[in-house]
Write a protein that binds this ligand. Structure first.
Ligand code: NAP
Length: 471
């Protein structure tokens, strides 16, 4: 027996507000208790049928969703730009990549989950991968489709079904993605968008029909949702924040490194978990690097993210902008120097100047905090060892990168960085094939690649063959 979910919070908090203008476009109410209960009941009923479908049947639907997304890139992209201010070319790129992820799992899901043969002393044994049931996913606004594709592609192929709480500022994207799967032929209840409050989210985690919880978001959200899942002894994965080091060695080719530094920090308005956030540069090239980097950031053109000529878009929400400005003020009050920017741009919308902070001492809050926007933290170091010590002196451990003409040297250093992912001479994060995730306060578990589809399946041991009972 499951008890109906209760909530007294019906505030209208799912709002699409155009970050370029500050204008409210659409509002949506939270689900009522009855609607939420109905959604969970439908998800559970659908799971009981979905788990018996063949991989081929699931793949046909997931593949169709990929094809529909690819055929309507502009429509999806426009909604992302309206909801959270992503520059339109980046939004198109995200939609295309999301379609690729769905297609990737449609193609490889079955092979990833094939039974694994084991070799015990007696008899035969294998591991089967069977689905767990209804999964609850909590997702952030910064990649409003990619984050959904990262869970929907693998988990639907694995035979699970999803109920998803997307971020409050991207309701149009959330609804469009649910519609996509329905249009692709997914049964009602296979993928359900839930417009719910935190209190309702807790009740969903507690609900016995829900068998696993995946969250991508901030440390605070991760702590709260993981604790709730833990109380319920439910498996969870956490993809949290990062403060990735961008380590420039003394032999780096700056002409190749600077464009990646700009992209690595400024892509998606600087609002990427695995963005380059701490620039750790060896003394020999530090002045030259900083001068070129500053010039490149100064050349960015703020403007309407719908305009292809804009190179500096707005932040997602006004509260995100105000928080970032306060973080920069606190850094300066704590002794950091402002080499560039640091202010709100004088125009409508949620725009912040590209900013560079230097002279950040270990006791400055900026030394440990994540800056989720166009803010560079710059450090000089004298040696490789100092670079690694600084890179690893972080509560986060998501990604990082090393820049050098000598790839062997780069790989040796990459092995010493404490994080879930390290890149040498690139920041080419985006590939459906490559597992994504971190350690320390950046979370646990992996999404994408072969690993992502194994997070929420029962690895069931089956041992066969008559063995005489011990006497
Ligand atoms: P956030 O506030 O944690 O929001 C993320 C999601 O969690 C939203 O859907 C939010 O809902 C929900 N949420 C927050 N607190 C909750 C609670 N107590 N109970 C239930 N749901 C809750 O994150 P953000 O600041 O918007 O997003 C940026 C953060 O995500 C950054 O730290 C970034 O590094 C991280 N991130 C990590 C990855 C990765 O793969 N590691 C990828 C992208 C982003 P509301 O919107 O309704 O508040």
């Amino acid at each position: 027996m499951t008890r109906p979910l209760q909530t007294n919070d019906n505030a209208m908090t799912y709002q699409s507000i155009n970050p370029n203008t500050g204008r409210l476009l659409k509002s949506y109410e939270h689900l009522s208790s009855e609607q939420l209960e109905q959604s969970l009941a439908t998800a559970e009923a659908t799971y009981q049928k979905w788990k018996h479908t063949t991989y081929a049947e699931r793949a046909a639907i997931v593949h169709k969703a990929a094809a529909l997304m690819a055929a309507h890139v502009d429509d999806f992209a426009r909604l992302a730009t309206q909801d959270m201010g992503k520059r339109i070319d980046e939004a198109r790129g995200e939609v295309t990549f999301s379609a690729d992820i769905l297609a990737y799992y449609a193609k490889h899901g079955e092979a990833f989950l094939e039974p694994t043969k084991l070799h015990p002393k007696h008899g035969k044994a294998h591991l089967e991968s069977s689905p767990l049931g209804v999964l609850f996913c909590v997702e952030p606004w910064n990649f409003p489709y990619y984050q959904l594709a990262r869970v929907a592609g693998p988990q639907l192929m694995a035979g699970n079904v999803l109920v998803v709480k997307h971020a409050g500022c991207v309701p149009q994207c959330a609804i469009a993605f649910e519609r996509l799967l329905l249009d692709a032929g997914a049964p009602v209840g296979a993928y359900t968008n839930l417009l719910i409050s935190y209190e309702q989210s807790d009740r969903v985690i507690d609900d016995p029909r829900v068998k696993g919880v995946a969250l991508t978001g901030s440390l605070a959200a991760g702590r709260s949702v993981a604790a709730r899942a833990g109380q319920n002894l439910k498996k969870s994965t956490m993809e949290l924040g990062g403060s990735d080091a961008f380590i420039v060695l003394d032999d780096a080719d700056l002409d190749k490194t600077i464009p990646w530094a700009v992209w690595g920090r400024m892509y998606n308005g600087g609002q990427t978990c695995c963005a380059a956030k701490r620039f750790i540069v060896m003394e020999a090239v530090a002045d030259k690097f900083l001068a070129k980097f500053k010039a490149a950031l100064e050349a960015l053109i703020p403007g309407d993210p719908m305009d292809g000529k804009t190179t500096l878009g707005p932040l997602s929400t006004e509260s995100a902008l105000l928080q970032l400005l306060a973080q920069v003020d606190a850094a300066v009050a704590g002794g950091a120097k402002l080499l560039l920017g640091g202010k709100r741009i004088d125009r409508p919308g949620w725009f912040m100047q590209a900013t560079i902070l230097t002279h950040i001492a270990p006791n400055n809050p900026a030394y440990r905090d994540e800056f989720f926007g166009p803010v560079v933290s710059f450090y000089r170091v004298k040696s490789e060892d100092e670079a690694i010590a600084l890179a690893n002196d972080s509560d986060f451990g998501l990604g990082g990168s090393v820049w050098t003409k000598d790839e062997d040297r780069g790989q040796r250093l990459a092995s010493r960085v404490d994080s879930g992912m390290v890149f040498v001479n690139n920041l080419d994060w985006a590939d459906a094939e490559l597992p994504f995730g971190g350690i320390k306060n950046s979370g646990y578990g992996r999404e994408l690649g072969n690993m992502g589809i194994h997070e929420f399946v029962n690895k069931k041991l089956v041992r066969t063959g008559h063995v005489a009972a011990p006497v």
